[in-house]
Design a protein around this ligand. Sequence first.
Ligand code: CAA
Length: 380
Amino acid sequence: MNFELSENQKMFRDMVRDFAKQEIAPIAHQMDEEGTMPDELITKMAANGFFGLSFPEQYGGLGVDTITYGLVIEELAKVSAGVCVMLTVHNSVGSYPLAMYGSEEAKEKYLPRMASGEIAAFCITEPGAGSDAANLTATATQDGDEYVLNGSKIFVTNGSRASFYVVMARTPGTTGHKDIHAFIIERGTSGLSVAKKEDKMGLRASDTVSIDLEDVRIPANNLLGNEGDGFKIAMSALDGGRIGIAFQSLGIGYACLAESVKYSKVREQFGKPLAKQPVIGGMIADMGCELDSARLLALQAAWLKDEGKPFTKQAAMAKVMASEAAGRAADRAVQIHGGYGYCKEFAVERYYRDVRVTRIYEGTSEIQRMVISRQVMNEY
Ligand code: CAA
């Protein structure tokens, strides 16, 4: 078993680390304060290929493997989890359904635009269908060579900036997962509108909105896969997405660890640095153990995906372990910083807020445990 990253993987990671340090870190606090992300940053990230990370090269992407993708996500999350989630949603659930299940015509039309920085969003969640995604009620009615979509979607990451929306909707009058279809809709299509923008606790650089669909007419060719494939397309996209959220969580967790080590070496109490006090050393050790073990799971899930092997269980395990380890790391980081950790002057305050949602989106910890337990029950 080889635990070494390849030279290419290390090179890519280092390139992204430098970019994040130079271009994102100086504005991370401001983006959080103002709840915005500058267009110039998006343009620079697009120029570096960040919007087509895993797309095939023939469609303008970089075609990187999933481990490299995870390393990129982790490096971005270390400096801004908000910028990171914009990119991980775009590169996974926002574009994977098109890259995997789109018609050749749709792929040629849209993927190069996505790779060049036109952002993608994923619309499955509704007011009455969150964890129980198969219970969604948005409808898609075929009308000649078009579909007409109606309904409302909520918690859509990238929703206000997106040029493309992957939308799950069902045949009217049906229930269950078998009559759900997946579509791609372009921004500007009549009847698709951005409704409420959420005022979030964390990830404030990234936008999260509701989307209303009112008699939205799209060509039948914008159907992804076949009719009735929508739920499975969404689930398989989320499998990959969960690997990204695991690496995002790890990035935040390692940033908490780095800040805690730095602070504990300079902050003195009882006549010596915190770092020399066993109670603080124990907290740092726990952060290291928990993050490193979750990272092995995330790397394993990414490796399985690259090998073309089943990875649903490992992706769910990686997400639950990484998000929970990172949550504990953020909590300990604030504790180590004491009162300063509760103030915005120190980055751990932002990490503490940002990390919370990693246990919620792309499937809550409870849903991951449901997925894992179903698989484990079959194995033993
Ligand atoms: N890949 C492919 N197919 C899958 C699958 C997977 N990972 N998981 C299930 N399926 C298939 C099953 O095989 C089954 O197919 P058959 O009928 O042919 O046997 C079908 O889908 C239904 O499966 P289940 O019976 O397991 O479905 P369920 O209703 O019990 O729900 C669930 C399963 C795991 C709970 C699912 O609803 C789920 O993942 N919920 C969480 C939703 C979620 O993650 N939402 C996140 C929103 S997106 C977001 O947060 C993005 C963002 O912007 C940040």
